[in-house]
Design a protein around this ligand. Structure first.
Ligand code: XIL
Length: 351
């Protein structure tokens, strides 16, 4: 007889063997699901808006809260795109995540010319004060700091070489969290980063750095509530389930929650056949979510877009055969793929 889990996996078009090795799932509460939304497509394509409404409990402005979008002029803020997405989410009773208050990328040209510690500190604090204050009571969760960890911390130290790290040192992280907490004491504050899922030395080191940043914030009494794991999963690599489970236990010991913030599957090295790729992507997402949720219930699962029609993977990880990427839960015609069944299993909760 099929278990419920096997039946769900079969319905999702997954090979049961592919996910059968995962830990048995206990009864589990539903997990809020959401997606990042790109403003250009959001404005142009009614099907995109409809998909966001149908499938999401949470909306994340994909680019419109980045410095590049908000601060093209040093002296003023342009909230037009972010305001539109925030209003859309509010009218659909969806929650919002804010992405992101501090990042070394997506900076306007003027910000790259900051040259003294005092100037960087003044700009950073001023920016966070204005942005967090504007969305107080509307954006409940912030990716306060994005991608602060060096890609391979074994080469050159724990922190990524950004304008903030260069001018403020590791303290840039504390300044950002402290400021966000001061302006909106009720907000959930998250450290967001990538590459926590593979079984290699660099990843192990990245997990250690994340833990040490979080521990330091906690020790200093600076509020930090969650670790955001981007989870841009490589389709051709395997998920390090034991490593992830240990990481989840270490985060639990620090009393830090987890959420999955930018889930998609980088399918550039997967076979050309679409159905094969979709099955592999669903299976990988299932293995990943099972590894996380077997130890910690994530606060949210957010994909970096909903439909393969619009995805950053096409540009950033193009396939050699020129075929369009298929990283997301809906296909180019907004039809659910096997990955959506996996995500729905978590969204509904399982027993
Ligand atoms: C990407 C967006 O999806 C693109 O539209 C944009 O051109 C570049 O940024 N990690 C992050 C996200 O934290 O902000 C990035 O988003 C993808 C990688």
């Amino acid at each position: 007889m099929m278990t419920r889990r096997q039946a769900l996996a079969a319905a999702a078009g997954l090979s049961v063997a592919g996910i059968g090795a995962c830990p048995a799932m206990a009864a589990r509460a539903p997990i809020a699901f959401g997606s990042a939304a790109e403003i250009g497509v959001f404005r142009d394509d009614p099907r995109y808006r409809e998909a966001l409404k149908t499938h999401c409990d949470i909306v994340v402005p994909m680019n419109d809260l980045k410095w590049e979008a908000l601060r093209h002029e040093r002296a003023s803020f342009d909230f037009s795109g972010a305001d539109e997405l925030v209003a859309f989410a509010a009218s659909n009773k969806q929650a919002l995540r804010g992405h992101t208050l501090l990042w070394g990328e997506a900076l306007p040209p003027w910000a790259k010319t900051l040259s003294t510690r005092a100037e960087a500190e003044r700009e950073l604090i001023g920016h966070i004060e204005v942005v967090v204050d504007r969305y107080k009571g509307k954006i409940a969760t912030w990716d306060v700091v994005n991608e602060a960890i060096r890609f391979d911390p074994r080469e050159g130290g724990p922190f990524r070489d950004t304008i903030w790290q260069r001018l403020l040192g590791p303290e840039h992280i504390e300044i950002a969290f402290r400021t966000a907490a001061r302006i909106d004491p009720k907000a959930r504050l998250v450290l967001n980063d990538f590459s926590f899922e593979e079984a290699d030395g660099g990843t192990a080191e990245r997990r250690k750095v994340a833990l040490s940043i979080l521990r330091r914030l906690k020790d200093k009494g600076i509020p930090v509530h969650g670790l955001g794991m981007q989870a841009h999963l490589y389709g051709d690599k395997t998920i390090d389930s034991p490593g992830i489970q240990q990481f989840m236990r270490d985060l639990a010991a620090l009393e830090v929650e987890v959420e999955i913030t930018e889930l998609d599957v980088i399918d550039w090295k997967l076979p050309a056949d679409a159905a094969t790729r979709d099955r592999a992507a669903a299976s990988l997402v299932s293995a990943y979510l099972d590894a996380v949720a077997s130890v910690r219930q994530p606060k949210a699962i957010v994909t970096w877009g909903l439909s393969d029609r619009h995805t950053w993977i096409d540009e950033t990880f193009p396939r050699k055969d020129g075929a369009k990427a298929r990283p997301l839960p809906l296909d180019v015609d907004y039809k659910p793929k096997p990955m959506m069944s996996v995500l729905n299993r978590y969204r509904r909760g399982a027993s």
